[in-house]
Design a protein around this ligand. Sequence first.
Ligand code: OOB
Length: 556
Amino acid sequence: MTTHTSEGTVPWPADLAARFRREGYWDDRPLGAYLLDTADRLPDKSAVVDGDVRLSYAELADRVDAAAERLLQLGLKADDRIMVQLPNGWQFTVLTLACFRAGIIPVMALPAHRRYELSFLTELSESRAIAVPDVIKDFDHQALAEGLASTIPSLEHILVSGAVNPANTRLEDILAPGADVPGARARLDAAAPAADSPALFLLSGGTTGLPKLIVRTHNDYAYNIKATSAATAVTEDTVYLGTLPASHNFPLACPGILGILFAGGRAVMLPSPEPRKAFATIERERVTLSTAVPAVAQRWVEYQQETGSDQLASLEVLQVGGSRLPDEIAQKVKPVLGATLQQVFGMAEGLINTTRLDDPEEVICTTQGRPVSEADEVRIVDEAGEDLPDGIPGSILTRGPYTPRGYYRAPEANARAFTPDGWYASGDIVERRPDGNLIVKGRDKDMINRGGEKISAEEIESLIYRIEDVTMAAAVSMPDPMLGERLCLYITVKPGRDVTLEQIQEMLRETGVAAFKIPEHLVVLDELPTTKVGKINKKDLRADIAERLAADIQAH
Ligand code: OOB
């Protein structure tokens, strides 16, 4: 069998890899080993909580190793890929760790993804298995997985959490305690994956037409977890509430669920950040740390102001990131929620910046922090690629021991997003202050950040061009008080034709596009403004929609 993963990945140069090892950034241990350390040290301590399900470290490690063995018994091998689309729950955690132990690579899909995204990702990763829930909010994930398997030859195994159809595998059977697979640990230890091999594939927020996969190795991800755990002061006493989709880098590993489990704390999983349930869970489990996108932080602040409850007494730190947190909301976090705010400006591609817990209020409330590692390199450059002085906004470039050098099997995207000497250009416009803290000022990438959910304009536009009557299409962000941005679509149509927002929405739903990517506003123009070189002028369109919205508000 050929291995496809190494073929599509871009490794760090050998001299740098040697340096990262020598200087202690890379431990050369597979991710699964960190969990076993904790389990040996604190077997009886509570590790994972999901509603009424509570797993101690010993129970977690037992299930993880048993699950790893059962995945191998199913016929999966090290280096095979498995699509993982599961809600936040103990199943996600056990399965992910089992994959790490067996060297099987989870592809971290989002719960909101639908046929369009999942089929693309399954094919690109040549996944041999997929793990899904049965039905969530009337959506039949099992039927979707069956549809994928009928058209994608690599996809042989469907693992379903909940009510499983006879032809599929019950996920809970795979994840059961391991009395029937004695000796699993020793066998898995003997066949442990190499620490510089791929551990998981994360999804890129996406600026090009199609989503991209980011290969994270055991070494680099372990260091990502270690460095963010230090910045957030994670200890055995940390109780973490994960409500954002666990497959996203932020709640997964910054420090997230994995950081907490590697340190011996307790990870509490909840499928939604809805404040009533989240607050009750924080109170019940004495949660000390949680993670939110700005819109969720704002909802929590408002809910707390309305109810004035004392449910948050244990909450020490709230991390907020994924999109720009307005300073006004930042200022309310400590006084209203009683928790220290930690701003996090991160990316699945690597670099994580955070404010530190003991920073002055001014830093915490008005900046997005600084890199978590002294080995992170950051440059702020102008359009010609020249370094800019502090205080002048420019494009951010980064390299470091947990920032990979390229996307999976994507030479064209790599040529655009990475410089020849390995700097990743995230497309964010950032200003560096003299104290080293970064402020995110904007973006020069063609992406809409809908409350932390990333939408590639190009991806949506290419779908819109499938509509016969559409002659030009441009997806742009429009300001939104809650989410920061929403997707607004500008189009021109053939003479005498009419295309409505409802038709567009219906078409995208039928195509199986994730709901968060579906345009929420449509403007039909006779022609779209263009730049001097003839490209659609999106700056003008963003100004136009902002004006229209402001006029609307005045009219009401
Ligand atoms: C996180 O990761 P992704 O991969 O979903 O998105 C990365 C992009 C960044 O390039 C930036 O455009 C935006 O999301 N972003 C922020 C931000 N945090 C992320 N923009 C402004 N302010 C912030 N605080 O979003 C992510 C990954 C790990 C930790 C935290 C966030």
